[in-house]
Design a protein around this ligand. Structure first.
Ligand code: SME
Length: 163
């Protein structure tokens, strides 16, 4: 068992640095994608405040298919270009959405979600593995610190999986 140590830093960038070290410890020596994705989602969900959902969608053809996550059951398939996840996949740009109700085409899986961040996951060869999606019940929960921090966590995840 891996204890999720409460983050000690008060500075949010430093919290992400601490969490990055926990990701490295948790995934160390393991490359299996589903195992690492499941543990990564559980770690982030329990380490960061004010989240109601976090998890993976993996690319299959022109769609995203839900992978390991924490939170309520989610939509299974999302077409590229649809919703926040599909936009992140199609543009390969991290999407920080302060108000999901104001995002055209947002797909409401959990009605509690009010803000969201989605990071595209690119393999070293430039191909799209999928996206990492994090939802919060608080409007404007995610900002630039979260964008930088989540992207760094995802880079650690991809490296651990040797992708
Ligand atoms: N809100 C997302 C759908 C996925 S769920 O939130 C888990 C979107 O619009 O892409």
């Amino acid at each position: 068992m891996f204890d999720v140590t409460p983050l000690s830093a008060t500075d949010r960038s430093e919290q992400y640095a601490e969490l990055a070290r926990q990701v490295d410890g948790l995934l160390h020596g393991e490359t299996q994608l589903i195992a690492n994705a499941a543990n990564f989602a559980a770690l982030v969900f329990h380490a960061l405040p004010e989240l109601n959902w976090c998890g993976f969608y993996f690319a299959e053809g022109q769609e995203l298919v839900v992978g390991p996550f924490q939170g309520k059951p989610a939509c299974v398939r999302i077409a590229f270009g649809r919703g926040v996840c599909g936009t992140a996949a199609a543009t390969r740009q991290t999407q920080v959405v302060p108000d999901v109700h104001a995002f055209a085409g947002h797909i409401a899986c959990d009605s509690a979600s009010r803000s969201e961040i989605v990071v595209p996951l690119l393999r070293r060869d430039g191909s799209l593995l999928g996206v990492w999606d994090v939802d919060s019940p608080r409007p404007a929960r995610f900002d630039e610190v979260d964008r930088v921090g989540m992207q760094a966590l995802c880079a650690r995840f991809l490296r651990a999986c040797a992708l």
